[in-house]
Design a protein around this ligand. Structure first.
Ligand SMILES: Cc1ncc(COP(=O)(O)O)c(C=O)c1O
Length: 405
């Protein structure tokens, strides 16, 4: 049976990059530098291995669907500390589910949130809203859940955040789920309390779910990014209509551990837990123990954050004179205006052995005109040690014709 939804899966940015660079060899004699993927390269704290070893008897057991009490409590305590929440606002047994990283949970949430045809709104099929550009998982999730995607422009003029205030009631009535990534991948800007509160109010008025993807919340240069739960407190304390996603992948240099969580409205969390009980993967017990220890420890996060700050200072030093360059306040990507991101990604790989990814691969291409709002951007992951990052940035500057000092 034909299933055209599957075509959307081939929109996967790294699949497109593989096609773009197919047969393109990096220049001989240069060590390739891989700056296309946001995979932290700093070491994971040693106590992770110790925790896993200490719990080795637990590998034979099926882990609890929702996560261990210890993990859920550690996540709750972390949220409460980080966002200065009132004690008791988060009940670990009602408001939190452990997730094996956040990617799968973000994807599955669309299956939970998007209604089947019997429950479709009168104005048309359900919509899943997100920014344009967006983390690619949201779009695949929307389409595979049977919704239409609504990609909202997120340009420099709007602090790279979608302008939800411009949405009309007939559109708002169709929204089932709104993904908001703050701090944003790829642009590294983040929403303030007013912006977050406004979106939450709108979600309550039109009864849709907002999934706040906050997995870059700990990688920041100045003030810590505001979280959606702080906006909930400002609005009176209810978590109705919202969930937040957090991950240890970036915060703790532990992408391979696959530990994160979702927290928010108890109704959503309980229903979503049933969906995950039916078809989700749990985190193994030894990894839950390590994850809990990471959420409890803030000491290892400080040098990680400082390292990224150095990398972005370095990027500013090397590329800061370029028109359109900005130092993102959070996250670990440079979002560079290079004229044509695809050309730059191909030429940088071929001539300078630096692998990056075109910004257009995270944005929508208009099928009628072929226009893509992020055509001019290149996403560069700043995740390496200082020497490797400097070499990569110098090669990029050389390609772009910048004076390197
Ligand atoms: C915006 C965003 N959300 C979620 C994820 C998923 O990360 P993980 O599954 O490792 O928690 C990523 C990973 O790159 C991301 O960039």
């Amino acid at each position: 049976m034909k299933n055209s939804r599957i075509d959307s899966l081939f929109d996967y940015p790294f699949q497109k990059l593989a096609v773009l660079l197919n047969g393109v060899e990096p220049r001989a004699g240069l060590t390739p530098i891989m700056m296309q993927l946001g995979e932290p390269q700093l070491p994971t704290p040693d106590f992770v291995a110790e925790q896993i070893h200490a719990k080795r008897d637990e590998w034979r057991k099926y882990p609890p669907i929702r996560g261990s009490d210890e993990y859920l409590q550690a996540a709750t305590d972390w949220l409460t500390r980080r966002y200065r929440l009132p004690a008791g606002m988060i009940d670990p047994q009602q408001h939190v589910i452990a997730l094996p990283g956040t990617k799968e949970g973000l994807f599955q949430l669309a299956q939970y949130a998007v209604p089947g045809p019997a429950d479709w709104p009168e104005d048309g099929p359900p919509l899943v809203a997100m920014s344009n550009p967006a983390y690619h998982v949201y779009k695949g999730a929307a389409i595979m859940a049977g919704a239409e995607t609504l990609m909202l422009p997120a340009t420099m003029e709007t602090n790279f955040l979608p302008d939800y205030a411009a949405l009309k009631p007939e559109t708002l009535r169709r929204i089932a789920l709104f993904y908001l990534c703050s701090p944003a991948n790829p642009q590294g800007t983040f929403a303030d309390l007013d912006y977050l509160s406004g979106l939450i109010r709108l979600a309550r008025e039109y009864d849709f779910i907002v999934a706040f993807d906050e997995c870059y919340s700990e990688i920041y240069r100045g003030e810590p990014p505001t979280g959606a739960l702080e906006a909930c407190v400002a609005l009176g304390g209810s978590m109705d209509n919202i969930v937040v996603f957090h991950s240890l992948s970036k915060r703790s240099n532990a992408a391979g551990l696959r530990c994160g969580f979702v927290a928010g409205e108890s109704g959503i969390i309980n229903g979503f837990n049933m969906l995950r009980a039916t078809g989700g993967a749990q985190i193994p017990n030894p990894l839950l123990a390590a994850g809990a220890a990471l959420w409890r420890d803030e000491e290892h996060v400080v040098p990680t954050r400082a390292h990224y700050a150095k990398l972005f200072d370095m990027a500013e030093r090397i590329l800061g004179n370029r028109t359109g360059f900005y130092k993102p306040p959070a996250g670990f990507f440079l979002w560079l205006d290079v004229g044509n991101g695809e050309t730059a990604a191909r030429d940088l790989w071929r001539d300078h052995a630096v692998r990056t990814i075109p910004g257009a691969y995270y944005a929508q291409t208009d099928p009628a005109t072929g226009e893509n709002a992020c055509r001019q951007y290149l996403r560069v992951a700043l995740v390496h040690d200082l020497d490797t990052a400097e070499e990569g940035l110098r090669r990029i500057a050389e390609y772009l014709g910048e004076q390197v000092v």
